[in-house]
Design a protein around this ligand. Structure first.
Ligand code: PLP
Length: 371
């Protein structure tokens, strides 16, 4: 079995599981309870917040735990519109559905005009067009992802944030694919909101966080309890949060080494591919991309429409694009980039647990599938 779908989700790091276990068993208290069991986990919860905040270089009071990026993106986008009287949203057509759908929802509801920023043929956001849109509109929220989950393109977070600052626009970045993969220093980037999910960096599923800049607290999505400084009602997922903080810490211990390792794997794979299967092309070249994502276009006539199924039968697990839309014939990202209908898009997404040997085996399997 070769797992090459880490942009969909990553395996839980066993060290993370060890940290989570006591919070599922003996430390089961509710952090809102005033008694000892509650107070004990409340202390742990705040320590986890501080540890993540330290690595992002922000204040712990600016981080809010939640169920992950889908909730975070919905909260920020809808909540910013409500709270700050946003009239224009600028976003890109290659965002994840967790950003696109809330934006489209707001557009249908009325009151908000949506502007789609252009991008180059390889998917990179067109900064000139972004500036033009910012110049011509006021009361703006910009929501542009940091790293694209299907193609691996990295958008220049700092440049976008600086442009937004120049034109007084709020800036949200879906950082799901980059948090704990790339160094993000929130004391340097003038960004208002970021969103993340722990399961993308070897943490547990169903837990994540949002960052909100001081004085830019949006309207909460949920009503209920007073958790998370009255911002996110609902009993906190303590074991999940403890696991997320540990996974975040582990990722930051070797951020650079991991980049180098994954970069070697990527270069090796792309070179081997060019030599062995020259008709396969790599998408999003000549632009900044994540080392762990390789997006390929393969002519359907060479491999047949059932390539992913056939690879799965041979023990290789990967996606055509986003796992959440893998049932779709062609993803919205491929459509937005005008990728040829007659090609199959294959996304290989790696983690630090993948090895060169696995890639050699995968290439062998791919060659067999082509035959
Ligand atoms: N945004 C991006 C870029 C993603 O890749 C994903 C998950 O694939 C999400 C948002 C949604 O994350 P979750 O399903 O953990 O809420």
């Amino acid at each position: 079995m070769i797992y090459l779908d880490n942009a969909a989700t990553t395996p839980l790091d066993p060290l993370v599981f060890e940290v989570m276990k006591p919070y599922l068993l003996e430390h089961f208290g509710n952090p809102s309870s005033a008694h000892a069991k509650g107070r004990q986990v409340k202390v742990a919860l705040e320590a986890a917040r501080k540890s993540i905040a330290k690595l992002l270089n922000c204040n712990a009071s600016q981080l809010f735990f939640n169920s992950g990026a889908t909730e975070g993106n919905n909260t920020i986008i809808k909540g910013a519109v409500q709270k700050f009287g946003i009239k224009h949203i600028i976003s890109s057509r290659i965002e994840h559905h967790a950003v696109l759908h809330p934006i489209q929802h707001l557009e249908i509801e009325g009151g908000v005009e949506v502007h789609w920023v252009k991008h180059s043929s390889n998917g990179a956001v067109d900064l000139k067009h972004l500036e033009e849109l910012l110049r011509n509109n006021s009361d703006v929220l910009v929501s542009i992802m940091h790293g694209n989950n299907e193609l691996g393109i990295i958008n220049p977070l700092e440049q976008i944030a600086t442009l937004c600052q120049k034109y007084n626009a709020l800036f949200h970045a879906d950082t799901v694919q980059t948090v704990a993969h790339l160094k993000i220093d929130l004391s340097v980037v003038p960004i208002h909101f970021i969103t993340a999910s722990a399961h993308k960096f070897h943490g547990p599923k169903g837990v994540g966080f949002m960052y909100m800049k001081k004085d830019f607290r949006v309207q909460p999505l949920f009503e209920g309890g007073a958790q998370e400084k009255e911002f996110r009602a609902g009993t906190e997922n303590i074991s999940g949060i403890m696991g997320m903080a540990k996974a975040f810490e582990i990722a930051h211990e070797s951020l650079d080494e991991k980049e180098v390792y994954l970069g070697h794997l990527k270069t090796f794979f792309v070179d081997e591919l060019a030599a062995k299967l020259p008709f396969v092309s790599v998408n999003a070249v000549n632009t900044d991309t994540l080392e762990n994502i390789i997006s390929l276009s393969i002519p359907e006539e060479k491999v047949g429409a059932m390539l992913l199924f056939s690879l799965d039968m041979r023990g290789v697990m990967l996606s055509g694009g986003s796992a959440c839309s893998s049932g779709a014939v062609k993803s919205h990202v491929a459509t937005a980039l005008g990728l040829d209908d007659a090609t199959i898009i294959v996304r290989i997404s790696l983690s630090r647990f993948n090895t060169k040997e696995e890639l050699i085996d995968f290439l062998q399997v791919l060659q067999e599938a082509v035959k």
